[in-house]
Every structure is written in C-alpha cells, then in structure tokens.
Design a protein around this ligand. Structure first.
Ligand SMILES: [Zn+2]
Length: 199
C-alpha cells in the first residue's frame, strides 16, 4: 500500500494542537517514518514543545532493560499524585472493590500508583465499602465479596511483585508521555493522577 503523504500532510495541518500533541505522545510508535517526519515538521511549524520529539523517539525504539529501570526510577521518585507528599517512593497497588446493585454485582480490580500511605488508605476504604455494599447481590455478591477481601489480604504478601508489575506496565505503555515530560515532573504527577482517576 502506498501512502498519500500529501494528503496526510494536509490532514495534519488541519488537526488542532491537542491532536498533534496526542499523536506525538501516544501514537508515534505505530506511525511510518515518513509520517513521523510530517508530525515533527508540524510540531516545529507550530512552535509546540520540542520535548514532544523526545517522546516520539522513545516510542520508536525497543525499550532496553536499563532504560526500563531508568523509567521506573523516575516514576517512583515523583511526589504522590494523591496527597502531593514526597515522603516515600511511589508504589503500585491493586484496589479491589465489589459493589452490588439491584440486578448485578460489579467486581473491579484497578491499579493505583501512589505513596504507601495513600495506597493503604485506598485499599482500606475499598475493603470497607466492599464489606458494606458488596455482599447482598445474589448470587455474585455473596461469592465475590469474600473473594475480593481475601485477595486484598493475599495481595499484601506479594506487594513488591504487584507494585513492580504495575509500575512496569505503566512505564512501557506511557513511554512517550514520560519522555516528553521528563524534565517537567509536575506534569508527570498530573498525568499519573489522571491515569489513576480513569481506573
Ligand atoms: Zn500519598
């Protein structure tokens, strides 16, 4: 398939800045080199943040073991997106919540990146609301509520493993965003807060 680069150039010229930034931060990994060139041209032409180009480059190559370590260290050294404190390294936790409604029971297992104290607080709140709001759904509430509570307790035993998994996935999935904002830590903290709130 041949690409109509002129058409792509026209389309990109028509996109607003937000769309161009989003392509650069999140989708550059899937674009052909010729299209990347057009994207970079557009970033330069508009005078957008040149760090976007670092983010693009980061998505275009395989992540090495040492780069992954560097990304993870960056993430864990940030201040907590939930409470704004910088007292302990950030960790990843799973928050398990069961809620029963009239006709169905929902079981959510969501990752959270925060400081240790916030992780503890969120897990505790999730257990309390699960215990109060989860059990009465028939039949799933009755099964899933104790399951969620037991799993939360057993997560505790492998919490380093879980944390490492969550931080690793976050680093790989968001490498463009992380590299773009490498020197703007407040933006990275906002971004993690945003991802936490989507879950
Ligand atoms: Zn915190």
């Amino acid at each position: 398939m041949t690409m109509d680069l002129d058409q792509i150039r026209k389309n990109y010229a028509y996109f607003d800045d937000f769309k161009i930034e989003n392509l650069a931060r999140n989708e550059a990994g899937g674009l052909e080199p010729e299209v990347i060139a057009i994207l970079i041209e557009e970033i330069n032409k508009r005078g957008l943040d040149l760090d976007l180009i670092k983010g693009i480059e980061a998505q275009r190559k395989e992540i090495t073991e040492s780069e992954l370590i560097e990304l993870k260290e960056k993430i864990t050294s940030l201040k907590c997106p939930e409470c704004g404190q910088n007292t302990s390294p950030l960790i990843g936790t799973l928050i398990r919540t069961v809620r029963s409604f009239i006709v169905f029971t929902s079981y959510k297992k969501t990752p959270l990146i925060s400081c240790e104290a916030c992780a503890y607080k969120k897990r505790k709140n999730a257990m309390i609301s699960t215990a109060i709001l989860g059990w009465w759904g028939i039949p799933w509430g009755i099964f899933r509520t104790p399951m969620a509570l037991i799993s939360t307790l057993s997560d505790n035993k492998k919490k380093d493993e879980i944390s490492d998994g969550i931080i690793t996935v976050f680093a790989i999935e968001n490498i463009g965003e992380i590299r773009t904002n490498w020197d703007k830590e407040d933006e990275l903290v906002d971004f993690i807060e945003h991802v936490n709130s989507l879950n």
